[in-house]
Every structure is written in C-alpha cells, then in structure tokens.
Design a protein around this ligand. Structure first.
Ligand SMILES: Nc1nc2c(c(=O)[nH]1)N[C@H]1C(S)=C(S)[C@@H](COP(=O)(O)OP(=O)(O)OC[C@H]3O[C@@H](n4cnc5c(N)ncnc54)[C@H](O)[C@@H]3O)O[C@H]1N2
Ligand code: MOO
Length: 413
C-alpha cells in the first residue's frame, strides 16, 4: 500500500478498494427484507411474466378479423382475472373481459369498453381493434430464463417487486457488514448530560451512524474513548475482533493528543493518511488486525464529508456491490452565482444551495460559512459544490460540479 502524504480522492478510493476484500459469507433472506442488500448470486427468471396473455384493460375480447369499427358482436360470457377455464369464442362473438384476465384462445384483441356501445348481449365497436391491442403478451415483461440481476447488484424497492413477480420468496445476499463506530476526545460528552467547562457534546457518531444506516449495516457503538493511548488501543483491539470495518472520529491529526494514526501503525498497517480534499484532509485508512480501519477527522463537517466521499464507496465494495469507483455519487453541472476566491490545492466540497432557473439551468450558491466546525450550513445546504483541486478563483457564471444531498432536494427552492 502507498504511504503518499496527499492522495487525490480518486486515488484514495482506488487504494481502499484494492486493499479491502469484500465479505464472502452469504445468507438467504426474505425478499420482503432485501431492499438495500447486495445479491450474492444472479437471479434467473424461472417463469414468464405475465405467465399467459392477459387483458390490459376492461372491455371485450374478440378476434381481430371482427375488430373493425361499426362491427356488431354477441357477448357470450365473461372472463375475470384468476379464471382458469376460458370460454370458446366463435366468429361474430366476443366475451366481456376484465383487466388481468387471461385471453381466451380464440381471441387476439381487446377493445376497451369506452369504445363500444352495448345493448343487451350485443356490442357495436366505435373504433378498430387491431391484433394484440390491449393484450399483455406472455413473457412480455420477463421471459423465462432471463437474467434479472447479476451477483453484486444492490436491490431497490422496485427490484423486490420484480423478484416477487417471478414468485421468489427468498434471495441469497452477502451477509451484512459489521461496523464498529467510536469517537475519541477528552472534551466529548454524550447528549443528555450537563456540559462541564471545556466540554462539548459528541455529535459525529449520530451523523455518521445515520449516513451508514442508509446502507443496511450492523453497527456496533463503541462509545466515546478518552485521549489515552492505552484505552484507545484496548477499544480498537476489541473492535477489530468483532467488526469488518472499524471507524473512529477525531484524534487523527497532528496534535499532542492525536493518537489514532500511531496506534493504527502499531496494531496494524497505515495505508494512507492524507487526502487532498477540503474538508477532510486528515483521514487514516489501513488494516487493523482483522478489520479495515477508517479514522475520520474530528471536525463534524469533515467527518460527514469523509464518510460520504470515502467510507461509503469502501463500504459498498465491502458489501459485495460490483462496479464501485470514485464516481459513485450523482454529479450534475451548475453555474455558480458568485465569485469565489481560493487557492488551488485540495478538491473542495463546499456546502451550497442549488436551484433550477426557468430555462432549466441549475445554479448554485455556496453558503457563507464553510468552516469544518459549522454544522448549521449543512442544515441550510441541499448539495455539495465541488471545486477541483487545480482550480484557483471562480468567477460568477463558471460551471462547477454539484452533488445533490438527495433527489428530493431538486424541488427545494
Ligand atoms: N497543525 C495542524 N493542525 C490541524 C491540522 C493540520 O494539518 N495541522 N488539520 C486540521 C484539520 S483540517 C482537521 S479536520 C482537524 C482534525 O483533527 P482531529 O481528527 O485530530 O480531530 P480532533 O482534534 O480530535 O477534533 C477536531 C475538532 O472537532 C471536534 N470534535 C472531535 N470529535 C468530535 C465529535 N465526535 N463530535 C463533535 N465534535 C468533535 C473537536 O472538539 C475539535 O474541535 O485538525 C486540524 N488541526
Ligand atoms: O480537513 Mo479539515 O477537515 O479541513 O477541517
């Protein structure tokens, strides 16, 4: 592994993915519980969907040779969804049919009821009904033998629907990744307790845990650990026994109470320690005994940015998801609305607000407070605005990349 002091974000992700071996253990779980889990085996359709030709609409099934506008036909029966015996339909006849009902063998078209007039048992067509009109053909959604998903695919809610539609009750997925999370710092105190002089409330675990929980993980909370190397060592040694991935926050920089990197060096191996992103420069990655280790910087915004930009792609890789790389997040182009003075050096993740103008152009305005200790600008922002490491000052109207926090934010003013 490289010990380069300043890796680019993409080199850091590449280094992590090549070092970390994905979980190999698998389990069978109910499809109803599978959203967000990663398939360990491909899923092949064992049946056609739909399994038989059926009606897409409520109306009348008939032969298309009788399906011209103006034609009158005798209604000889009804077919409901679920019916297993189907009526015989002769030339000049039709059957009433409901959406989802199987098409009788003699019929090849369905006319919707809005396009007929019915008097007693006779209908008259007011529109042509060509072959296959309003018929969902056998296997038109899924053909028997189709590969629906390959191993390494992360299931969505609608994927679960698809799996259920082929009658699958269980799927084989990779076992959930177990993550140990701890915060370091003598100044930190749990929410709900009174603050003494010099203390602050510990907040990083709350945010980091919430970000990670979006990915269906097992989280073990190792609490707040004081700035004493022996205590930290004991906690980390215990965590690597129980976890696939251990994540700490704080103590990763160069202060006299920043022990994380040295302990990683002692108990395991430091892969890299500095990434050219802002915020989030001090980020320790390596092997800690049996577990992969990520040491997040203590500043809250830095902890969130490094979780989203570095830990999440690593986690997705550990979970067995295929094709993960540095471009794992949705990135759009937007015009910056204000000039920004800065020095080239690190890839900057500024908290910003994006909007869409009447002509469809996305515009983005960075928030004034960009310090990595300021959480309120996260609450106001709806995206990250990215300024490449090589870019100096930006002029109003320059194009930049943005990463929306969530798709729902696209409509936020
Ligand atoms: N001389 C230098 N000093 C610093 C550098 C540097 O390169 N040279 N880097 C700065 C940067 S950038 C960052 S980011 C921080 C990261 O430092 P640590 O990871 O060692 O973090 P701490 O010193 O423990 O804490 C930083 C800051 O964040 C608060 N904090 C820590 N943990 C939590 C938590 N769980 N919840 C809420 N707040 C937390 C802590 O009280 C500090 O204020 O180092 C800079 N220094
Ligand atoms: O990298 Mo620090 O995270 O710039 O505040």
């Amino acid at each position: 592994m490289t010990n380069s002091p300043w890796l680019s974000l993409s080199d850091a992700i590449t280094a992590m993915l090549s070092q970390a071996r994905p979980v190999s253990a698998t389990e069978q779980i109910d499809v109803t519980q599978a959203k967000g889990r990663v398939l360990a085996t491909a899923v092949t359709a064992s049946i056609n969907v739909p399994p038989s030709d059926n009606s897409a609409m409520d109306g009348y099934a008939l032969k298309s040779m009788n399906g011209n506008s103006g034609q009158s036909l005798i209604v000889v029966g009804s077919v409901f969804a679920g019916a297993s015996t189907l009526p015989t339909v002769k030339p000049g006849q039709c059957v009433r049919i409901m959406t989802g009902a199987s098409i009788p063998p003699d019929c090849d078209t369905v006319v919707i009821q809005e396009n007929v007039t019915r008097q007693g048992d006779t209908i008259t067509l007011h529109a042509d009904s060509p072959p296959l009109a309003n018929i969902r053909q056998t296997g038109s959604d899924i053909a028997q033998g189709d590969i629906l998903f390959n191993a390494g695919h992360r299931l969505t809610a609608t994927d679960n629907m698809l799996l259920s539609s082929i009658g699958l009750a269980k799927v084989t997925v990779y076992k959930a990744v177990t993550i140990g999370l701890l915060a370091t710092g003598d100044e930190l105190i749990e929410a709900g307790h009174p603050l003494a002089a010099g203390q602050i409330y510990e907040s990083n675990r709350t945010g980091v845990a919430a970000l990670l929980n979006d990915w269906q993980v097992n989280l073990i909370n190792f609490g707040i650990v004081v700035d004493q190397p022996e205590v930290l060592k004991t906690t980390l040694a215990q965590a690597q026994e129980l976890c696939d991935l251990v994540i700490s926050s704080g103590g990763v920089s160069v202060g006299d109470a920043d022990f994380v990197k040295d302990i990683l060096d002692e108990l395991g191996e430091v892969g890299f320690w500095k990434v050219a992103i802002k915020p989030g420069k001090p980020f320790a990655f390596g092997q800690l005994g049996k577990a992969i280790f990520c040491g997040l910087p203590g500043n809250p915004v830095s902890a969130c940015v490094t979780t989203e930009q570095l830990v999440v792609p690593l986690l997705r890789h550990l979970q067995g998801e295929s094709n993960i790389d540095g471009s794992h997040r949705l990135t759009l182009r937007a015009k910056v609305t204000t000039a920004i003075k800065r020095r080239a050096g690190r890839l900057d993740f500024q908290r910003a607000i994006f909007t869409q103008s009447a002509d469809g152009t996305l515009e983005v305005t960075p928030l004034a407070k960009q310090s990595s200790g300021v959480m309120t600008s996260f609450a106001e922002a709806n995206c990250y605005m990215l300024i490449p490491a090589s870019t100096d000052n930006l002029q109003s109207g320059d194009w930049v990349d943005i990463q929306p926090f969530s798709l729902a934010d696209i409509t936020r003013p």
